[in-house]
Ligand binder design. Structure first.
Ligand code: AMP
Length: 381
């Protein structure tokens, strides 16, 4: 166990690192971040910032001198970084889990090899692979970049071989063609797994995406119990196969035919788990601290299980007319506003989120959507 007072390191300084740092501080730890942006969201809350690129080996050395353990906030971190830190201190997740999950094609192959159902796919190594056999069966589909794609970035809808070839040329690297499946719902499972294999699973959110970006999550997912239970069982099996330590999120598709498919694995806390900050006995970020420091896992359950919870993302477009007016968000009981301290709003950029707790999921969703809309319409331009 790493005792409070020690410094925990995190590779990447975005909002996930910021919320990790806040949870770490609450338990008495110091935090060091590695991020090239001096103004990154975690900069204001970390005790130490090493200001350098995530693949800068000299910076790893400087960080290693400060830290007792190391975690990540993004899968863009080179897997070798965790090999480097893993030789010197506890790391969570481990290098192998990051290596598999940071590349969509590698991740899909791992899933298929281990019997998990996914959307049908084919690896597209180069644009000439658009002529491969089996492509037509995957159209219309989505061409996704194997690396560094998130929030719908690096994704193209393709309807023909011609569109596929031209989209593949724009990727500038390997990709994955996935059949577009008819979605009835999207859900995710967030689990914390300790080094000894103990697990704690948060209540399952149902997620709504708009233009490939998470818009809203509601908890508990208004879905038949067996769907959520199956998703949890798959996630636990996956965490065991990855010999995972840390917080893991698995995103699922529920198709209109009732099939549960694994969409993506995130080797870190996830946007769809932000509700845990205000609604659960232990947040996903506190679990990240606990798994990293070797502390016992916390209770992942809802504080008030009889209630419904909704989290709405606050994206850059909400700032189109200036800083939104947060009066409603701040004065509504059981509404919780989180802003990430980003100074430049851009459409699609995650600037914050708002969580509402109400008598049921429908009321919570209505409150979160209404308060978000009102915030923009009364912005202080
Ligand atoms: P991803 O970044 O792969 O999680 O994709 C972002 C979002 O795009 C997903 O949450 C879905 O809403 C949608 N999407 C991605 N892949 C597919 C697919 N194969 N079929 C249908 N919708 C998809």
């Amino acid at each position: 166990m790493i005792a409070p007072g020690a410094t925990l390191g995190v590779l990447g300084g975005g909002q996930l690192a910021r919320m990790f740092a806040m949870a770490a501080h609450r338990l008495g730890y110091r935090v060091a971040v590695l991020d090239p942006d001096r103004d990154c969201p975690a900069a204001g809350v970390a005790n130490i910032q090493v200001c350098a690129a995530l693949d800068d080996a000299k910076a790893w050395h400087a960080l290693a001198a400060e830290c007792a353990a190391m975690t990540i906030e993004t899968e863009s971190v080179p897997a070798e970084a965790l090999t480097y830190f893993g030789a010197r201190m506890p790391v969570a997740p481990g290098e192998r889990a990051l290596y598999i999950t940071q590349d969509r094609t590698r991740e899909k192959r791992f899933l298929t090899a281990n019997g998990f159902a996914t959307a049908p796919y084919l690896a597209i190594g180069t644009p000439s692979d658009a002529d491969s056999q089996g492509i037509d069966a995957l159209l219309p589909g989505l061409l996704k970049a194997s690396r560094f794609g998130y929030d719908g970035k690096g994704q193209h809808v393709v309807r023909s071989r011609q569109e596929l070839a031209s989209a593949a040329r724009q990727l500038h690297g390997p990709g994955l063609l996935e059949q577009r499946v008819e979605l009835a719902a999207e859900l995710s499972v967030i689990v914390a797994r300790a080094a000894d294999g103990e697990t704690a699973v948060h209540p399952v959110p149902l997620n709504r995406h708009v233009s490939g970006i998470l818009d809203l999550s509601v908890v508990p997912a208004p879905l038949p119990q067996d769907i959520s239970s199956r998703a949890v069982a798959e996630t636990l099996r996956l965490a065991t196969l990855l010999d995972y330590c840390g917080v893991l999120c698995v995103e699922f598709f529920l198709t209109t035919e009732g099939r549960l498919l694994v969409n993506e694995i995130a080797p870190r806390p996830h946007n769809s788990g932000h509700f845990t900050l205000d609604a659960c006995r232990t947040s996903q970020f506190e679990q990240q601290v606990r798994t990293l420091a070797g502390l016992p896992l916390g209770d992942p359950g809802l504080v008030t299980p009889q209630h419904g919870v909704a989290t709405a993302n606050l994206l850059g477009q909400l700032w189109a007319d200036g800083e939104p007016c947060w009066k409603q968000a701040l004065s509504t009981p059981n509404a919780h506003l989180h802003l990430y301290g980003k100074s430049t709003p851009r459409p699609g950029r995650k600037m914050g989120h708002l969580t509402c707790i109400a008598d049921n999921v429908t009321d919570a969703q209505a409150a979160a959507s209404r308060i978000r809309a009102v915030s923009q319409s009364t912005s202080t331009a």
